[in-house]
Design a protein. Structure first.
Lengths: 165, 786
């Protein structure tokens, strides 16, 4: 189920998702799991966190996006990436995507944009960064919303989209 | 006149009710008297203001920028005695009366500057960023530290930041989620966000964080407090700045967006349950780091005449302030934007971060622009300072703002306020402990006393290589230090000591003595590191609740009076300060909750030789332990009573006439090597100081508490009283005669000895009363998990 429509809609965009590689300890996921338990929601099995870069540009194609991901964004030792345009649902997981609202400064996105242009992969680009949370456990949508608003994001500056598994 | 870009705002025909409505609707935070003054001004020039003008006036006149309460005429009543008082004058009077020649730039620049040696000065400033941090903890607190770093960069012609300090106050982390109103973030969430926000900004700027404090109390549930401070060094010949007629206005650093609009006026009103998004700012430390580096080289090349940072109020406040005595013309369309679509007033008032404004002479302009260009920092000419006496702002071909500087900066009607203080009677009271050991361990595990290592370790305190006495000291770096000692120059042993004093719990009983205790705690911390009590300057930061309430204002006045009296008695000048008022939360049903009155005193001391300092950890088995100063039955507001929910008791009273001479002798003792370790006694009492010294030294001790010089022979008073003017020190046996000569006629007591066995053995008149192993002490003290 989708709760809100993303703010920017452009055909020429890709999303790069960066996540921890196999057998690498996901410290942020553990931290969030701990916080969720503190909320009193104990039915939680696992939490995984990925970083999202939504890259938009006129001269964009898959090959260039792979270069951006491999050369600029990931740490080859501990991280891996996925590229997609549309979020896929996952069977056992709740998926939550969080992006900054328009007009809120995105320093990481800005630095990524500059780097992409300086390394001459794209002529110009718009980069928005976000977070993607995978949550496993027997949870209701109400509980997921509670987790979102109390732990994962600040509704004042961030938008979020929930995909039910 | 038809306006294309700005909007005309009707006020000429408005009556009082409509004026107030206008102020509230547009978040101007101006009262009726001020709105009437604005109306009067515009009727005298025969037109309505534009949106840009009205916003510009509101920002300049905001509590945040103009400190209306501190400059107001206050009719103050204390126990039927009435007097008229101006708070700012009281504070400044201290510095004027003391009149030290080493205070170089006081209360006029972005930060206070004192003399370090013949060539250099030290700039110090502490700011608060409470409202933004309550809304968006990470971004709000990060921009708090970013802002104060820019204050230091904008002090004189630019000082180089070398140290950050942070003090936070939060609600208790265990508070139940369901009791909080909607829109208020849980203390745990605020805590995590603030800690990481300040950490990320400070660490990425490459500035060490060396000192701080964290206080947990449910008074801060709805309004957390975030104090950020920065110390910088500046060449003495770069302190004077002056804007000249004809200088260009150059905007450097980050781009302008819609972020942080209404920050200054917003922070002058209460937090409500509905808040606009645009008040939040997000920092970008990488840009600020670049600005810092290129700015300091431009300073050394003498490329600009004056500088200030774009803080609250944005360009309107920065340019307005710089051109106060001259006048300025600004072209807003030249300001680099993050995205299109900003109205002129939004550009002029935006509080986007990482921006500085320079005044540059025409002959240096090209050189300056190309220097900034070479470091990939944007520098753009956006206007000129011209002797017109007016602030004129264009957007393309339209004048969107045209105000007299005189009206803008001196037209604010002086507020007339009333404050009442009714002293709560202090009842002498003594609670007898049922189980001493349990009480001691309970105090050690209290969040306000226990180790904050988990947090402090996230902050880089080493970067720059100047930190001599670090936050952690002693065995395996377990102990905590009273303050931080820096060695700013590689080729000299001169040093800077920074420490702070804060204790809101005394303020609930009497803010006057809270002020005294905070000032003394700060000085004590500096002196126990080896500082010279005669070379200390302090900063005041007041965070208060709803000051339109007479009682709240009364307590603020009472606190300021305490600051004045005790600063004069301890002979320490105030060099800078800041107030953050209206820290209160308004529930939908109208209930108002103010924060506890909170005063932070931050101090900076200068020493000649950093090799002659000491730390708090016990050093050697066989050395003797002394207590300097006398203990009184002053348990009011103490950790011990708070643990037992006792509201009575007498609040600690500073005794400068005894403590100041004692501190001078202590300074001599540390300098000449008689004293091997020294720790001040404050929160939690004597027992906490001894435990912390044991942890640092990984050594045990035998202490007979009946030997402690005390007003009354009661074990609870000796262990837990938080009386001022006390230090625990360690003296080697062979230096005992020298020590006794030095402290002849002073109130000192020999209380025990350091032993090999890792235990605290507590005696009373020779009889053993408790025994706690060092492991238990350490584990309890470290038990808090964040």
């Amino acid at each position: 189920m989708k709760t809100k429509v993303p703010v920017i809609m452009s055909k020429n965009f890709y999303i790069i998702e960066i996540f921890k590689g196999k057998n690498i300890f996901d410290v942020f996921g553990q931290e969030i799991k701990k916080s969720i338990k503190e909320l009193g929601i104990l039915n939680i099995e696992e939490v995984k966190v990925s970083n999202l870069y939504r890259i938009e540009g006129n001269d964009i194609d898959k090959k260039k996006i792979i270069r951006i991901a491999k050369e600029l964004l990931i740490d080859n030792v501990s991280e891996d990436y996925k590229i997609y345009r549309k979020t896929k649902k996952s069977l056992n997981w709740w998926i939550i995507e969080v992006y900054l609202k328009d007009g809120v400064t995105d320093p990481v996105g800005e630095t990524a944009r500059k780097t992409i242009i300086e390394s001459k992969i794209l002529k110009d680009a718009i980069v928005k960064t976000g977070k993607k949370y995978y949550i496993k456990g027997k949870l209701t949508e109400k509980q997921i919303k509670e987790i979102c608003e109390k732990i994962l994001l600040n509704p004042l500056i961030q938008n979020y989209f929930i995909y039910k598994g | 006149m038809k306006l294309k870009y700005a909007r005309e705002i009707e006020i000429l025909n408005y009556d009082d009710k409509k004026l107030i409505e206008l102020s509230e609707k547009n978040l101007l935070a101006l009262n009726l008297e001020e709105m009437k003054k604005i109306k009067e001004y515009f009727s005298s020039i025969g037109r309505n203001p534009t949106d840009c003008e009205l916003e510009c006036i509101a920002q300049t006149w905001s509590e945040h920028c103009f400190h209306k309460t501190f400059k107001a005429d206050i009719e103050y009543q204390e126990n039927k005695k009435k007097e008229n008082i101006c708070l700012l004058k009281e504070i400044m009077e201290v510095t004027e009366k003391l009149n030290y020649d080493w205070c170089i730039s006081i209360f006029k620049d972005n930060a206070g500057i004192i003399k370090l040696n013949e060539k250099s000065g030290v700039a110090f400033k502490v700011e608060t960023h409470n409202h933004p941090s309550a809304l968006e903890p990470y971004g709000g607190s990060g921009t708090g530290i970013g802002g104060v770093i820019r204050d230091i960069l904008g002090a004189g012609l630019g000082a180089k930041p070398i140290l950050n300090i942070d003090v936070f106050c939060f609600g208790e982390l265990t508070y139940p989620y369901e009791k909080l109103p909607e829109g208020v973030l849980h203390p745990r969430r605020i805590f995590r966000g603030v800690v990481s926000g300040v950490r990320d900004y400070g660490n990425r700027m490459g500035i060490p964080t060396g000192n701080g404090a964290i206080i947990f109390d449910n008074g801060y549930l709805y309004n957390c407090l975030v104090y950020c401070g920065t110390v910088g060094i500046i060449p003495i010949d770069k302190i004077e700045k002056k804007v000249n007629d004809g200088d260009y206005i150059v905007l450097v650093g980050g781009r302008t967006g819609r972020d942080g609009i209404h920050g200054a006026t917003f922070s002058s009103v209460s937090l409500k349950e509905d808040i606009p998004t645009s008040v939040v700012q997000i920092g970008n430390p990488i840009i600020e780091k670049k600005v810092q580096d290129v700015l300091l080289s431009a300073r050394d090349m003498g490329l600009y005449n004056s500088i200030t940072d774009c803080g609250a109020g944005g360009l309107s406040s920065a340019i307005g302030e710089m051109g106060k005595d001259i006048g300025a013309i600004v072209y807003l369309e030249k300001v680099p934007l993050k995205y299109q679509g900003l109205a002129p007033w939004e550009i002029f008032l935006s509080e986007s971060q990482e921006r500085m404004v320079l005044a540059v002479n025409e002959k240096n302009l090209e050189k300056l622009i190309s220097l900034f260009d070479s470091e990939d920092v944007e520098a753009v000419v956006i206007g000129k300072f011209v002797k017109t006496g007016k602030l004129t702002v264009y957007y393309k071909d339209e004048i969107v703002c045209n105000l007299d500087m005189e009206f803008l900066h001196r037209g604010v009607p002086k507020r007339k306020l009333k404050g009442v203080f009714k002293k709560r009677e202090e009842k002498s009271f003594l609670y007898k402990s049922k189980n001493l050991k349990r009480d001691i361990l309970k105090i050690l595990s209290n969040p306000n006393i226990s180790s904050k290592e988990e947090i402090v370790r996230q902050y880089d305190h080493e970067v720059g290589g100047r930190t001599i006495l670090k936050p952690f000291i002693g065995y395996e770096s377990r102990g905590v230090s009273d303050g931080v000692v820096l060695k700013p120059f590689y080729d000299s042993y001169e040093g800077i000591i920074v420490a702070c004093g804060i204790n809101p719990f005394y303020g609930e009983i009497d803010p006057y003595y809270m002020a005294g205790c905070c000032i003394e705690e700060c000085i004590r911390n500096i002196v126990s590191c080896g500082g010279n009590p005669e070379k200390i300057a302090i900063l005041d930061n007041f965070c208060w609740g709803n000051v339109s309430d007479e009682k709240q204002l009364g307590s603020l006045v009472r606190c300021v009076k305490g600051c004045k009296d005790y600063a004069l008695k301890y002979k320490v000048p105030f060099i800078s300060g800041k107030d953050s008022l209206n820290n209160y939360f308004k529930w939908k049903n109208g209930r108002i909750i103010s924060i506890p009155p909170t005063l932070l005193i931050s101090g900076i001391g200068i020493i000649e030789d950093i090799r002659k300092i000491t730390s708090t950890d016990f050093k050697k088995v066989g050395n003797l332990i002394f207590v300097l100063g006398k203990t009184y039955n002053e348990l009011g507001g103490s950790q011990f009573y708070r643990n037992h929910n006792i509201k009575d008791g007498i609040v600690p009273k500073p005794r400068p006439e005894k403590t100041l001479p004692l501190m001078k002798k202590l300074h001599y003792g540390i300098k000449s090597g008689i004293i091997e370790s020294c720790h001040d006694c404050s929160d939690g009492g004597l027992i906490v100081s001894i435990c912390e010294m044991m942890i640092g030294g990984n050594l045990g001790c035998n202490v007979d508490f009946s030997n402690v010089l005390s007003e009354k022979e009661e074990i609870e008073i000796v262990l837990f009283s938080e009386s001022c003017g006390r230090f625990v020190i360690e003296v080697p046996k062979e230096k005992i005669s020298e020590f006794k000569d030095l402290f002849e006629n002073e109130e000192i007591s020999q209380i025990g000895e350091i032993i090999e066995n890792k235990k605290l053995n507590g005696f009373w008149k020779g009889k053993k009363i408790f025994e706690i192993s060092l492991n238990e002490i350490y584990d309890t003290w470290r038990s808090l998990k964040f």
